[in-house]
Ligand binder design. Structure first.
Ligand SMILES: Nc1ncnc2c1ncn2[C@@H]1O[C@H](COP(=O)(O)OP(=O)(O)O)[C@@H](O)[C@H]1O
Ligand SMILES: [Mg+2]
Length: 335
């Protein structure tokens, strides 16, 4: 019963910090020691765990990722260690756990920081003895598995607060790898955008499109609180909706163009309590005003540049400003 644990494992990165991660992974890949990958959500922890596996001599055996988030204790236990028939209500058939499925390969325990203390004891025992016991069973099943874990929180801090067992922490943290948030390695943004835009247009059976410099600029400015995952989602949405020859600002999700972290402009759309009470015309007017205000701000009041950013003629921009009665913008016009 081979489980289909396949992921698209191309890792993209050219920043000094990511290159250091790649070099480190190459060095430690073949060690049998546990690896703890830390980093905010969406920084690529699972991808790096997979890279470690693919770079190791275990590469021909399974890589088994499992998220420990949200699962209840019984669920984590049965997920990791498996269960015998009748172990609990609903356990109609016996099932091997993820440790057994990873036999000879690598298990990636993501969100290890969400594992409750009582479960941490059981995990520690498995790591020490290298055997698992299925729920409701008595058989000791030997497991030869390399353990890589992922954490979005600082486990050392959790140990200090009594929320994570120190003995388990030291066992997991033999080889630490930290993935920096995307905002601290902006040099990676352009190649990530190219990579994902290409991938998602291809996935739709379409030729990949180029991205306009203004779009890339917007991507570079945005702080990406959801890291690479958020950037990937934005590119996927662009591939679903963009019908232009080149991806333009108008095709970029508004949340990326206007965000609460920006110092020099306001978010584009207020959070209306009752969106149904707002007319479409009003809302469009608001979006248009905000986009024009934004374009003029980032181009330093230069109308020609602002028009280019918005992919419209300079004269059209002038007309729109008049029509929308954005008189304060007229007043600041520099040329
Ligand atoms: N450096 C990278 N190159 C290519 N894709 C990446 C990179 N980092 C993250 N991703 C993609 O971003 C998404 C989130 O990555 P994931 O490994 O699940 O993050 P985490 O486990 O840290 O939350 C995945 O679809 C992954 O393939
Ligand atoms: Mg993850």
């Amino acid at each position: 019963m081979a489980a289909p644990f396949t992921i698209d494992s191309v890792v993209v990165g050219r920043s000094a910090r990511m290159r250091a991660v790649f070099d480190f992974v190459r060095v430690v890949a073949d060690s049998e020691s546990s690896v703890l990958v830390t980093g905010e959500t969406g920084t690529g922890k699972e991808l790096i765990a997979n890279l470690i596996h693919q770079s190791s001599s275990r590469r021909h055996k399974p890589f088994v990722p499992v998220s420990c988030a949200i699962l209840s204790e019984t669920l984590i236990e049965s997920e990791l260690f498996g269960h015998e028939r009748g172990a609990f209500t609903g356990a109609i058939k016996e099932r091997p756990g993820r440790f057994e499925l990873a036999q000879g390969g690598t298990i990636f325990l993501d969100d290890i920081d969400d594992v409750p203390l009582s479960m941490q004891v059981k995990l520690l025992r498995v790591l020490q003895n290298r055997v698992v016991e299925r729920l409701g069973g008595t058989r000791q099943i030997p497991v030869d598995v390399r353990v890589v874990t992922g954490s979005k929180r600082d486990l050392r801090q959790m140990v200090a607060e009594g929320k994570f067992r120190d003995d388990l922490f030291y066992r997991l943290n033999v080889i630490p790898v930290n993935l920096p948030p995307l905002r601290d390695r902006r040099e990676d943004i352009p190649i990530l955008v190219d990579h994902f835009v290409k991938r998602y247009f291809r996935q739709r059976g379409e030729e990949p499109r180029a991205v306009s410099p203004a779009v890339m600029q917007a991507f570079m400015r945005y702080p990406w609180p959801g890291n690479v995952r958020e950037l990937e989602n934005a590119c996927e949405r662009i591939a679903q909706t963009c019908t232009c020859d080149t991806v333009r600002l108008g095709c970029v999700p508004v949340s990326v163009l206007f965000h609460k972290y920006a110092e020099d402009h306001q978010p584009v759309i207020e959070n209306h309590a009752h969106p149904s009470a707002v007319s479409l015309d009003e809302r469009l007017r608001e979006v248009e005003s905000n986009l024009i205000t934004w374009a003029l701000k980032v181009s330093g009041g230069n109308k020609s540049k602002a028009a280019e950013l918005l992919s419209i003629k300079r004269s059209t921009l002038g007309d729109r400003i008049k029509k929308l009665e954005l008189t304060h913008l007229e007043a600041t016009e520099q040329q």
